[in-house]
Design a protein around this ligand. Structure first.
Ligand SMILES: [Zn+2]
Length: 392
């Protein structure tokens, strides 16, 4: 039982916590605010509230507002140049995972020379060490999905090569994260579902990963329990503050799981899907893979799957060991149905069955490391087999 606990992020959690930004110590005097190319941060008034709070603290700012749902490397480089030119000394990511992840990557590129892909550790990345650290990052999350506010990870796509790769180190944890469920009330039902399932799979994968530890286990099971219990209600009524708050908590706990344990190859496979088909929301991709993926793995780690079934409210006492593990699949399908995402299919996103081998190869090429923490190491053939089984 050897483990290494490190999450150096101050997390301010709860309804109304955004307002604390007007008084908490901030890590700099001039911020680059990173938001998406969509209109929601302006329309919902979140950007105005943020800039008002910064002004209250006499902190100046510049805005970079081009981030795409699947954020791309060229925007990281462009925003880092802007931050350097403007003399920004910290980065604020406001929005969903794409804006916050971009903020982390930009923070690295303000302080380090060359190209972002020089520092990426897999695929066509050069794996250079990040010697100069990163600017401090403040994360203000308006979604409950990626857990990026409580982990060091950032996922950026290099469009030319269809590589969607995760990256992070001790310097890319946010120094301060605001998790204010009031900012999540405007997320539409379908995105609430996709993001909630993303958080769910961070916890599920973190629980079955071979690098799981007692701390990540406790957080993962709690997070799985909360999502099973509250996600359907948050989708049904977006203004249900209790459900939004519990799902936000589950997501932050899942982010901690990602910091302390790891995602598994389900995420590698999903990154391949959405790198080739950027119209697929990450969480939707995970949902489409999940039944086939976890059906393959459940007998490789039956006790862990039984624990997760129990956390999801299944009664497993009296069942045979393999039935206990299978109860997880039952609970997973039940949750998908309750969240209205049980009929998603790859064909509807334009994926062709003959693409599967290319996608499986991309999963190994871009994110091969996660296959090493699966409870059983898949061969390429088995990877194709799992993805084929998930194809509808
Ligand atoms: Zn994810």
């Amino acid at each position: 039982m050897n483990f290494n606990y490190f999450i150096p992020t101050r997390i301010l959690f709860g309804p109304g916590t955004l307002n604390k930004l007007g008084s908490v110590p901030l890590p700099g005097r001039k911020a680059l605010i990173v938001i998406s190319a969509g209109k929601s941060m302006r329309q919902n008034g979140y950007l105005d509230r943020l800039t008002g709070l910064l002004e209250k603290q006499n902190v100046s700012y510049v805005i970079f507002d081009k981030i795409l749902p699947n954020p791309i490397k060229s925007h990281v480089m462009e925003a880092a140049e802007l931050a350097k030119k403007e003399g920004c000394d910290f980065i604020i990511g406001l929005g969903g995972g794409s804006s916050i992840d971009s903020a982390k990557s930009i923070a690295v590129m303000v302080k380090n020379p060359g190209d972002y892909w020089d520092y990426i550790g897999s695929g066509s990345g050069k794996g250079k060490p990040v010697t100069n650290g990163a600017l401090p990052v403040v994360a203000i999350t308006t979604t409950a999905g990626t857990g990026t506010e409580a982990d060091p990870w950032t996922v950026i796509t290099k469009e030319e090569t269809h590589e969607k790769i995760g990256f992070g180190n001790d310097h890319t944890f946010p120094v301060l994260s605001i998790v204010d469920p009031e900012l999540m009330l405007t997320v539409p039902p379908d995105l609430t579902a996709y993001q909630g399932f993303d958080a769910f799979f961070h916890s599920v994968e973190g629980y079955i990963a071979t690098v799981a530890n007692p701390v990540s286990d406790a957080l993962a099971l709690k997070s799985i329990e909360l999502i099973a219990k509250y996600l359907p209600a948050a989708i049904k009524d977006g203004n249900n503050m209790e459900a939004r708050t519990q799902v936000a908590l589950a997501n932050t706990l899942a982010g901690m799981v990602e910091s302390l344990s790891s995602c598994t190859s389900e995420h590698s496979m999903e990154h391949a899907l959405s790198a080739f088909h950027p119209n697929i929301a990450h969480g939707a991709g995970l949902i489409m893979l999940s039944e086939a993926y976890h059906s393959f793995f459940m007998d490789k780690s039956p006790e862990r799957y039984a624990d997760m079934a129990r956390a999801m409210g299944e009664t497993i006492e009296g069942l045979l060991p393999d039935e206990k593990a299978a109860a997880f699949i039952k609970a997973l399908l039940k949750l998908q149905k309750a969240c209205g995402v049980d009929s998603l299919k790859m064909s509807a996103y334009g994926i062709k069955p003959e693409e599967i081998p290319t996608l499986a190869e991309n999963a190994w090429h871009a994110m091969g490391g996660l296959f090493n923490v699966d409870p059983y190491t898949l061969s390429m053939e088995e990877t194709v087999q799992v993805m084929n089984k998930a194809y509808k």
